[in-house]
Design a protein around this ligand. Structure first.
Ligand code: C2E
Ligand code: MG
Ligand code: MG
Ligand code: MG
Length: 283
């Protein structure tokens, strides 16, 4: 019966919603005090220069391991942290860790590797963010011009008047500004026009199918050309195959990041990769 089916669908729907809500509450509950309990750590994923294969830097990515929940992905916990405000101490933690790691590697390897940190909308609501970042860099001993901040459209959309000033100040300080997840938002182009980005990160959803989807390849090529004409460098995220990497190289993409080169690694493993394998070579 249609009516019964409808009722079942409704029942299913509400229980699914309940499940989402209780999962969210559980996350909130477990996240409380998790930072102090050392449940968070930072992993590092390398970025390479497409032409030389050389590692040019890393992206710092937050990880959460909780005794009750196990490993929780950032895709799930970052929105909750953003909602509760816990993203502020968490963001602080990531920045400090990433700078400390970057400084240690800089002192050990004498290479100017970039270190990228993701920033959330909520962090930009703090008018002190910029001074704070500058102070942290100064304390860490990490070269200021090697810090890269990855910003999504969500940050720019949060629309506070001082974002433009904030980004200008960061740029003046030599800090690299990257537009993350490019192409997934609604107004990526107007943001590119209005803000001082140095790097465009093409979202992995565009990279995934470039070897067999002609439209996706065209979009990626157009993004690369446009970015270059605007003076930005381009990195492709989510590169998983040599075919994708070859194609990106052919079309003049500057850098690449993805499982093909390496998954995000524990700090010691990333360091070991730096020691052993300075360049990524196609096998
Ligand atoms: P994102 O900044 O776009 O980071 C790239 C994501 O793609 C990472 O997921 C990374 O592990 C994943 N990835 C890298 N290479 C590949 C690949 O070849 N294939 C596939 N399928 N995925 C790949 P992760 O670590 O789960 O993070 C997801 C998102 O959570 C990040 O997207 C970022 O928006 C957010 N996030 C992670 N760490 C932080 C943080 O410290 N602060 C803030 N504000 N957000 C963070
Ligand atoms: Mg990112
Ligand atoms: Mg991204
Ligand atoms: Mg993404």
């Amino acid at each position: 019966h249609a009516k019964e089916a409808g009722r079942n669908t409704f029942a299913f729907f509400t229980s699914a919603m309940n499940r989402d809500v209780s999962r969210r509450l559980l996350l909130e509950e477990q996240m409380h005090g998790a930072l102090a309990r050392d449940e968070f750590r930072v992993c590092y994923q390398p970025k390479i220069d497409v032409k030389s294969g050389e590692i040019t830097g890393f992206e710092a990515l937050l990880r959460w391991r909780n005794p009750t929940l196990g490993d929780v992905s950032p895709g799930e916990f970052i929105p909750v942290a953003e909602h509760t405000g816990l993203i502020l101490p968490l963001g602080e933690f990531v920045l400090q860790e990433a700078l400390a790691t970057g400084a240690a590697w800089y002192n050990e390897f004498h290479r100017e590797l970039s270190m990228a940190v993701n920033l959330s909308p909520r962090q930009f609501r703090d008018p002190n963010l910029i001074n704070h970042i500058k102070q942290r860099i100064a304390k860490s001993g990490f070269p200021q011009h090697c810090l890269e901040l990855e910003i999504t459209e969500g940050v720019l959309m949060s629309g506070h008047g001082f974002i433009e000033t904030a980004l200008d100040e960061l740029t003046d300080a030599g800090i690299i500004i990257a537009m993350d997840d490019f192409g997934t938002g609604y107004s990526s182009l107007s943001y590119l026009r209005n803000y001082p980005f140095d790097v465009l990160k093409i979202d992995q959803s565009f990279v995934r199918d470039i070897t067999h989807d002609h439209a996706d390849l065209e979009l990626v090529c157009a993004a690369i050309t446009m970015a270059h004409n605007l003076g930005l460098s381009v990195i492709a995220e989510g590169v998983e195959t040599t075919e994708q990497l070859d194609l990106l190289a052919t079309h003049d993409c500057d850098s690449a990041q993805g499982y093909l080169i390496s998954r995000p690694m524990e700090q010691e493993d990333a360091k070991q990769m730096l020691e052993e394998r300075q360049t990524y070579t196609l096998s």
